[in-house]
Design a protein around this ligand. Structure first.
Ligand code: HT7
Ligand code: ZN
Length: 847
């Protein structure tokens, strides 16, 4: 497979003035006629992308049908000879036939539950027709659709609709990856939004008949997002209509096609009986994310796919800001850090590490990663911290002014910050070009009222990048006096050297340093702070992130020691009890603090310290520490469990969710002592899925879930999304020794519709979330995963490749596990006709 390099970028030699498409939809023989008005701007032939599945019926230039000598078709490339191109401006026409009914990749045009639907990012449009399928070729689109389906949708504004036919016009120039078409017998819930300049926009959320009563929250979230983007970023919507469609078979979460966002149905449909608080939270966040792309992604897009973080990092940053404004900002920040550590740090520390802006790839779909998205957002957070809120606002205003309508680069992005603030960002750019998580060491020296903080930064080598020059690191610091008062408020220290010191003078008594406040940079911090210091910060810090981090530090140290034979740490147990019992503290924050760090993170820590992690020992330590907390604080946990009920009807608001979260952590702990009695009662009485599902998980962990699992299945057998939960929780919460066998057994069931990405992700993702289960010493977790990845690769390479990252930490473990996971990877690599997607992932992991 060929490698693409950023350094090889060349502009497309033709300007696209308009694209006209005509679709005659049919399950197995859809015809697509396209007309592209082009103007020559550079040299060479007309090169178009076109997948192997396109049945070519006709090619023409300015109405003249091309003959075999006029063009060549090799692999996925169609080349029209220069000799066949008249003058500077001409119209290229193609007529092709495609088979959406046979498309199991869910890329291009496909059928899902009888509905035609498209997914074109990143390079899916080439499976619809021949086209310059690259993000820097943009043009307005006119689309006509003929179909027997009742609802026919595409991008932009409707021009005409009649039975069996519809026409759409999108006046905003866009690349092919933002094209969308939907045709189905759908129903909508509808509303409207008046924009800041007084324009009326029709809003629709399209779902299958019967699902309307679960689409209301998505609509509310859309309206909130539109309002927020006007108020905070001054961004107004720019079409007469905004459509959202929910689809059951979808490779990712959602897609920001211009004016026609397509969503995985799990990110649209929610009712109290079927969706948890986490589901509601995600729906709100993803609806916002896709809506925000209208400006950061669509109006300003990426020049090439190496610049993916330009739209994704910024849009994640914006959706994080939105959620912070809608819900609790500190809780959101902690949750984002948890996700970053669980997914991105893990990526950065292993063979899949790559820069936020990669400079080469084989398959771009493998680079929709936590590094591009979440670290991309962190980098923007750092920029904002460095230039301040006003500088950030000025830079963003300039970005929208200067680049509206452009396909831009990270250089363009950094230039607006330089021009708006006068800062030189040459060194800062390393955050985009250099992979790896810096290790930041802090040492303290105290001398008669003067505190000196000395920092050292080291970034370990990553694949292809051995040498890591120092980066700019914003380190937010505050000082807490011995009586718990803050003696210095937050100050951002700018570290630019490999080693650098900062002094604080005029201090009365030696303070405790609260460092990396708000997680001011995505680094691993290393400092000498004992249990007492951590407990002090957990109790007194004014910065919620450092408070939470201090509790987490206590837990991690305890778990690391316990995994090597130590007893539970009484300092952690006491400190956590103190916080959990403090009714002045937000219940959501208390719930976060009561959770133990994931087992995978303990393994990462041990590995970082040069100790080979033993997944079984880590699991045992986790259980033992949770039980010790439960035993010591049984009375308190019982009080919280009874006190945190939420009276009245379920509302998916932050306040209710916070109380339910704390109550459910209390339930999880108490279930270790009561054999699942409370969980059984909660399962029977629960009035909403948040309580029901937490009870089910607790029952599985207590080994008492047999009846509940049958009951749950009977009640929800016809609801695919709820059944996904049923498939996920069984391997995820299973005793590790059983997890692989349970996964295999579930995968043999008739209702394991494995080609549905949600169902596949639920089961296999459930297993890989069970750290000790996936890494079972006998290799059963690796084997069942490899078996299914091989099978999935034949149907849907994107899903197989993404899920293969379950293996990315194979190198951490003992020789036996390493040998077994490598054997599983080798088996995947040896599969005949393995896709480019999975082949690239496996070879990077094994390199
Ligand atoms: N921009 C989208 C990324 C994407 C995608 C979405 C659905 C199916 C396949 C996809 N490939 C890439 C989603 C987003 O980040 O907003
Ligand atoms: Zn996105």
């Amino acid at each position: 497979f060929q490698t693409q390099y950023l350094a090889d970028y060349r502009p497309y030699p033709f300007r696209l003035n308009e694209t006209r498409l005509r679709f005659r939809l049919s399950d197995h023989a859809t015809e697509v006629e396209s007309e592209l008005d082009l103007t020559r701007e550079g040299d060479g032939p007309l090169v178009l992308d076109g997948g192997a599945g396109l049945k070519l019926l006709r090619l023409a230039i300015d109405g003249r049908e091309l003959e075999p000598g006029d063009f060549t078709r090799e692999g996925e490339v169609l080349t029209i000879a220069e000799t066949a191109l008249p003058g500077t401006s001409f119209t290229f026409e193609a007529h092709v036939r495609i088979d959406p009914g046979a498309n199991t990749t869910f890329e291009g045009l496909y059928l899902s539950g009888g509905m035609f639907c498209t997914q074109c990012e990143a390079e899916g449009f080439r499976h619809i027709t021949f086209y310059p399928d690259r993000p820097d070729v943009m043009g307005p689109f006119r689309v006509s659709i003929e179909s027997t389906k009742s609802i026919l949708l595409s991008n932009g504004n409707p021009v005409s609709t009649a039975p069996g036919r519809a026409e759409w016009h999108d006046p905003w120039p866009k690349p092919a990856y933002l094209f969308a078409l939907v045709a189905g017998d759908l129903v909508a819930i509808s509303d409207s939004f008046t924009t800041m300049s007084g324009r009326e926009v029709a809003l629709n959320v399209w779902v299958r008949p019967g699902d309307q009563d679960r689409a209301g929250f998505a609509m509310e979230s859309l309206i909130k997002s539109m309002k927020w983007d006007e108020e905070v970023y001054g961004r107004e919507y720019d079409l007469d209509v905004f459509n959202i469609v929910a689809v059951d078979d979808f490779n990712m979460g959602a897609m920001e096609n211009k004016g026609l966002n397509i969503f995985n149905s799990k990110l649209v449909l929610a009712s109290p009986e079927t969706a948890t608080d986490d589901d509601y939270n995600r729906i709100e966040g993803v609806i916002a994310h896709e809506y925000f792309h209208n400006w950061t992604g669509n109006r300003i897009t990426c020049r090439d796919w190496f610049q993916l973080c330009l739209k994704e990092g910024l849009t994640v940053f914006r959706d994080q800001q939105f959620t912070s404004d809608m819900r609790s900002a500190p809780v959101k920040r902690i949750e984002d850090v948890q996700t970053l550590r669980a997914r991105q740090f893990r990526e950065d520390q292993g063979p899949l590490a790559h820069p936020v802006r990669p400079d080469h790839y084989q398959e771009i779909n493998n680079f929709y990663t936590a590094t591009v998205y979440e670290k991309g957002a962190e980098v923007i957070g750092m920029l904002k911290r460095l230039v301040g809120d006003d500088g950030y606002k000025a830079a963003l205003d300039l970005y929208f002014d200067r680049h509206d309508g452009d396909a831009a680069t990270i250089e363009d992005w950094l230039s607006v910050f330089e021009d708006a603030t006068g800062r030189d960002l040459a060194q800062f750019k390393r955050w985009y070009t250099d992979a790896g998580t810096p290790r930041l060491r802090m040492d303290e020296a105290w001398d008669d009222g003067k505190l000196t903080l000395s920092f050292t930064q080291v970034t370990p080598p990553t694949p292809g990048q051995d040498d890591k020059p120092p980066r700019v690191i914003p380190i937010a610091v505050g000082l807490i006096g011995p009586n718990g008062d803050e003696v210095r408020p937050t100050e951002v220290l700018e570290m630019t050297e490999a080693t650098q010191s900062f002094a604080f003078e005029g201090l009365g008594a030696r303070p405790t340093v609260s460092v990396l406040r708000g997680f001011s940079a995505p680094v691993v911090l290393d400092r000498d702070l004992d249990d007492a210091g951590r407990a002090f910060l957990l109790a007194h810090d004014t910065d919620p992130f450092v408070r939470w981090e201090s509790g987490r530090g206590l837990a991690l140290t305890a778990l690391q020691a316990m995994a090597q034979g130590a007893e539970p740490d009484p300092a952690y147990i006491a400190a956590i009890g103190e916080l959990a019992g403090d009714d002045a503290v937000d219940p959501a924050f208390r719930a976060l603090c009561l959770q133990l760090p994931p087992e995978d993170e303990v393994a990462a820590r041990l590995s970082d310290a040069g100790i080979v992690p033993d997944p079984d020992a880590i699991h045992a330590a986790h259980l033992r520490l949770a039980r010790a907390v439960a035993e010591t604080h049984e009375g308190l946990l019982d009080r919280l469990y009874r006190q945190m009920t939420v009276p009245g009807a379920y509302i998916p608001d932050a306040e209710g969710a916070a109380r339910r979260a704390l109550r459910n952590v209390a339930l999880a702990r108490l279930s270790l002592l009561d054999g699942g009695a409370r969980a059984a009662a909660q399962f029977a009485d629960a009035g909403n899925m948040t309580e029901r599902f937490a009870a089910l998980a607790a029952l599985i962990r207590a080994g008492k879930a047999e009846g509940a699992l049958v009951e749950f299945h009977e009640e929800f057998a016809s609801n695919r999304l709820v059944m996904d939960k049923w498939y996920m929780v069984q391997p995820a919460a299973a005793d590790p020794s059983q997890a692989a066998a349970i996964t295999r057994k579930l995968s043999e069931r008739d209702d394991f519709d494995w080609k549905n990405p949600n169902r596949f992700r639920a089961l296999l993702g459930g297993l890989s979330a069970n750290h000790a289960g996936f890494h079972a010493a006998d290799g059963a977790g690796y084997d069942v995963t490899a078996d299914w990845l091989i099978r999935m690769d034949g149907a849907n390479p994107q899903i197989a490749a993404r899920m293969s990252s379950a293996f990315e930490t194979w190198w951490r473990y003992d020789a036996g596990r390493r040998e077994k996971s490598l054997a599983a990877l080798q088996r995947i690599a040896d599969t005949p006709r393995l896709s480019r997607n999975t082949s690239e992932m496996v070879s990077r992991m094994m390199a």
